[in-house]
Design a protein around this ligand. Structure first.
Ligand SMILES: [Zn+2]
Ligand SMILES: [Zn+2]
Length: 338
């Protein structure tokens, strides 16, 4: 079969690898759509310490089940499935207290084991969620990033009527915007340097948009109850902190370089009782994300802007690097299979 392969950091190609077969507890999925995101860039660049090379990337995937191991019962050939890529060990100190996303033996489809940037992928059946015929593979492949946003909102646990500021209007920022508006937010301001993305945020219901956090937002008032950084850019995180209202919260959602540092005033954390939170990947949030996507509560089409064929995977990565559009996906079965 054809697959994208990151042989080593900086060495990406599309080539032929053996077809996968399901071993115990596994299924094989014919991939309909597979998203490309910043995490894939980090893997391609060698900036994700957990990544194992060579790797077939792709952790945001959906497709059709084409083979099942004999001991699998809840998924059948022909089912349409969306995949939670998390492979928690289940027995480490973190897994045993219900924090599998912090697993000491971290593994994930498309990060440490072969992923969805391929015609087929074998993975544990327990990671597959059956979705209805009416949900396109492209929308189903957005459930994984949505589940990360849902986890972020769980961590943030906003109060009814909270004001929000979201810094970064890429896929994750626009997902968090939609979840905040559907949840407790009274208003959601959005900041980004990319005006095309800001206009998309405005169309999705942002109360105000800005390219410059140093000039006061009209609805900033005393700041925002909940501020989310969805950029991972140290300077943006510092600016985000400055926008937190007294008694408010900052959620660090974006992935900053591991060695980076930010400067924030501890006096304000103390004196203004500011809470700084982190949110990493998926935790008990995939099933709720399936519900949000299947019910139509979430506008997926506003984010699905770019598609490429599997053999254009390196070009798809470049599109993400350049920040073109919002979500880029590869469609290994061609556009008709999505
Ligand atoms: Zn991703
Ligand atoms: Zn574990």
């Amino acid at each position: 079969m054809q697959a994208a392969i990151i042989e080593a950091p900086g060495d990406i190609r599309v080539g032929t690898v053996p077809d996968p077969t399901p071993t115990g507890g596994e299924i094989v999925v014919r991939v309909g759509a597979c998203g490309v995101c910043g995490t894939d860039l980090h893997i391609a660049d060698g900036h994700l310490p957990a990544a194992q090379y060579p790797i077939v990337p792709g952790h945001e995937l959906a497709g059709e089940v084409v083979a099942v191991a004999r001991d699998v019962s809840h998924v059948r050939e022909g089912d349409r499935v969306a995949i939670d890529p998390s492979l928690y060990c289940g027995h480490c100190r973190f897994c045993r207290v219900g924090r599998g996303n912090l697993c000491e033996n971290y593994n994930a489809v498309g990060v440490t084991v072969p992923g969805g940037a391929a015609e087929y992928v074998a993975l544990p059946a327990r990671n597959a969620y059956v979705v209805p015929e009416t949900l396109s593979y492209q929308r189903a492949a957005l459930i994984e990033p949505l589940s990360c946003a849902v986890h972020g909102m769980h961590v943030l646990s906003a109060r009814m009527g909270d004001s929000f500021l979201i810094v970064g209007a890429g896929t994750m920022g626009l997902m968090l915007l939609q979840l905040a508006l559907r949840g407790n937010a009274s208003k959601v301001a959005v900041a980004d340097l990319n005006t095309e993305r800001l206009h998309r945020a405005h169309r999705l219901g942002a109360s105000s948009i800005t390219t410059d956090l140093s000039s006061p937002l009209e609805d900033a008032d005393l700041g925002f109850d909940c501020v989310i950084d969805a950029t991972g850019v140290p300077g943006a995180i510092e600016a985000a902190f400055d926008m937190v209202k007294r008694g408010g919260k900052l959620l660090v959602f974006g992935v900053a370089p591991p060695e980076s540092r930010v400067s924030i005033p501890p006096f304000r954390i103390y004196n203004d009782e500011i809470t700084v939170l982190g949110s990493m990947a998926v935790l008990n949030s995939y099933a709720p994300a399936v519900e949000l996507m299947v019910s139509g509560a979430f506008d997926a089409d506003a984010l699905l802007t770019e598609t490429r064929s599997l053999d254009e995977y390196p070009a798809a990565l470049d599109m993400v690097r350049q920040g073109r559009g919002v979500k880029t996906q590869v469609l290994p079965g061609g556009p008709g299979s999505s």
